[in-house]
Design a protein around this ligand. Sequence first.
Ligand code: NAP
Length: 250
Amino acid sequence: MTGIDLGGKVALVTGASRGIGAAVARRLAQAGARVAVNYHASPDAATAIVASINDSGGEAILAGGDVSQEEAAQSVIKRVVDHFGRVDILVNNAGITKDRLLLRMTPEDFDGVMNVNLRGAFLCTKYIMPHLIRQRSGRVINMSSVVGLSGNPGQANYAAAKAGLVGLTKAVAREVASRNVTVNALAPGYISTAMVDELTEETQKKILSNIPMGRFGTAEDVAEAVVFIASDGASYITGQVLTIDGGMIA
Ligand code: NAP
């Protein structure tokens, strides 16, 4: 998608030290947004993403912090607003997996995934919302997954968190629609990142046979959708889940 102009907008992308989040941060910057790159455990990788955006003519800052912790989430948003004077776009992308069949899944496996993927999105959305409401404009984009729509063996925790994000999206979309703030979710299928690279070759082959387009998605495929949902052209779209999966669950 070309021609989208996000000049003047400020975006916070959680979990942007690699993978989809990094591609989203780069693409938002390319469209003219000033970008805050959040990370938790990978400061060096996040610093490299910030440098690559600034080196290519964009404007980016680091905004580290574990989004699942209330104080950290608050201070990430404060850092963005203190630095840029505003914030317009939140991409709740930070996510982890701890895959195990239900009978082997520990309560800690469950809580860990819920905390980052769902609680983190709740906290960032909660603490950014006063700024968006005050501005009478804003975008929240939640990174769900096709797994949250269809389920997947070995991912009860992850599927529950990603389905939870769909509910969060729809509820908050209804709460803030009158303030000109939209809240949408993206549901990527299998995207070539560290998360998919960890799967065995046999599993990857099996998955590919179920994707009508015959390929895994790229982080850039997801980033294009983020830029569109963030744009003025998407101002009447809210409470939706956009699947980006090469036709897998069509
Ligand atoms: P990834 O390569 O593993 O990257 C995950 C990102 O999340 C990293 O930048 C990581 O940063 C960050 N993160 C993890 N815990 C965090 C925390 N507590 N606070 C802040 N940041 C944290 O994953 P990905 O494949 O790009 O996936 C990105 C998102 O898309 C996730 O929500 C994932 O569930 C979703 N998704 C992915 C796929 C796929 O096929 N890849 C499909 C559907 C949905 P640090 O290393 O700095 O902690």
